[in-house]
Write a protein that binds this ligand. Structure first.
Ligand SMILES: Nc1nc2c(ncn2[C@@H]2O[C@H](COP(=O)(O)OP(=O)(O)O)[C@@H](O)[C@H]2O)c(=O)[nH]1
Ligand SMILES: Nc1ncnc2c1ncn2[C@@H]1O[C@H](COP(=O)(O)OP(=O)(O)O)[C@@H](O)[C@H]1O
Length: 297
């Protein structure tokens, strides 16, 4: 008797069907998990926007516990990593805690965490000094290089401190939608943030810092509400005056004009998500970078 022919095709088809079913099941589970995490993020954001809501009174522990893959032990560990107390309610989180929790949930849901931070503050508070310190000491933070129509000062390098461009080139960049935002600063020159390098850095998962003026910070908030806005403060008004006059880059009339603008700018500090006092440069830089930190990234 000849051996019964084995039906290899049937086996192969069955194995194929099983593989497809397994793949679909895995995708369905992944989607469901991502949806739950998305929901957790929405709940958190509602709690932050509406302090009286039920969402705001939810404990962060309960929020994380709503994610199917997080049991009590992992939830406790995550709270510890994010430096959020076990008792903390969603509405009671500080700015830094909100940032780390939002980034954590976004990262789990597969979204792009908000890593764009704007550093603004009054003239001569030390924005440039703190940004330079960050550029030199925190190489994993990308500093956006702005374009400007003002002329370079001694020691300034094109492409490092600014892209020094002509009025015509600045016009072209605006016309071709290459600017994320731009403004006329101190009533004189135009400054703008080129959009391309920021999109590229964010797509690579990098954290990006923009050192721009108050108008620029407001424009970024309008187009990228997820950006973190940090306001740099002087230790005292007298120290701000000392820094402006000590820098010696403006004549007396210009210094007076900038100090008037500084008073108006200081009044806008409450629009910002966080404030950092620039008493000591390295300390202020560390605080800014810590606000940008993304756990586990
Ligand atoms: N809106 C906006 N402001 C910028 C940009 N780049 C720099 N600035 C601001 O322009 C102002 C002038 O900067 P700068 O020419 O270095 O002079 P400084 O204020 O005397 O240090 C500062 O307040 C910066 O924060 C930008 O891309 N957009
Ligand atoms: N923490 C600080 N302590 C003392 N001087 C500072 C500090 N930060 C900045 N400066 C000085 O203050 C002046 C203004 O700083 P700068 O970075 O040019 O300000 P901005 O970019 O905000 O206009 C500079 O002379 C700088 O060296």
């Amino acid at each position: 008797m000849s051996p019964r022919p084995t039906p290899p095709d049937v086996d192969r088809v069955a194995a194929g069907i099983a593989a497809v079913a397994a793949r679909r099941a895995r995708a369905a589970v992944k989607n469901a998990v991502a949806t739950r995490e998305r929901t957790a993020l929405d709940v958190a954001e509602t709690g932050w926007a509406e302090p009286e809501s039920a969402e705001a009174s939810l404990r962060v522990r309960e929020l994380l516990g709503s994610i199917p893959s997080l049991g009590p032990t992992r939830t406790a560990r995550i709270l510890d990593e994010l430096s959020i107390s076990d008792k903390k309610r969603v509405g009671g989180l500080g700015v830094r805690q909100r940032v780390v929790l939002r980034d954590y949930l976004q990262a789990r849901a597969g979204g792009r965490p908000a890593r764009l931070t704007v550093l603004a503050g009054p003239t001569a508070v030390g924005k440039g000094t703190v940004s330079t310190y960050i550029r030199e000491n925190y190489p994993d933070v990308s500093l956006s290089v702005s374009a400007t129509t003002r002329k370079p000062r001694p020691g300034e390098v094109d492409g490092v401190h600014y892209y020094f461009v002509s009025d015509a080139e600045f016009d072209r960049m605006i016309a071709e939608n290459e600017m994320l935002e731009w403004a006329i600063v101190h009533n004189s020159y135009r400054y703008g943030t080129p959009r391309g390098p920021i999109d590229a850095a964010l797509a690579e998962g990098k954290r990006v810092l923009l050192e721009i003026d108050l108008q620029g910070a407001r424009s970024v908030r309008a187009v990228m509400p997820e950006a973190l806005l940090v306001f740099l403060l002087p230790p005292t008004w007298a120290e701000l005056v000392r820094r402006l006059t000590g820098r010696g880059t403006e004549d007396a009339a210009e210094q007076q004009r900038r100090l008037e603008t500084a008073r108006v700018e200081l009044a806008a500090q409450d629009e910002f998500d966080a404030k950092v006092v620039n008493t000591e440069v390295s300390e202020a830089a560390r605080e800014v970078v810590e606000l940008m930190a993304v756990p586990g990234a």
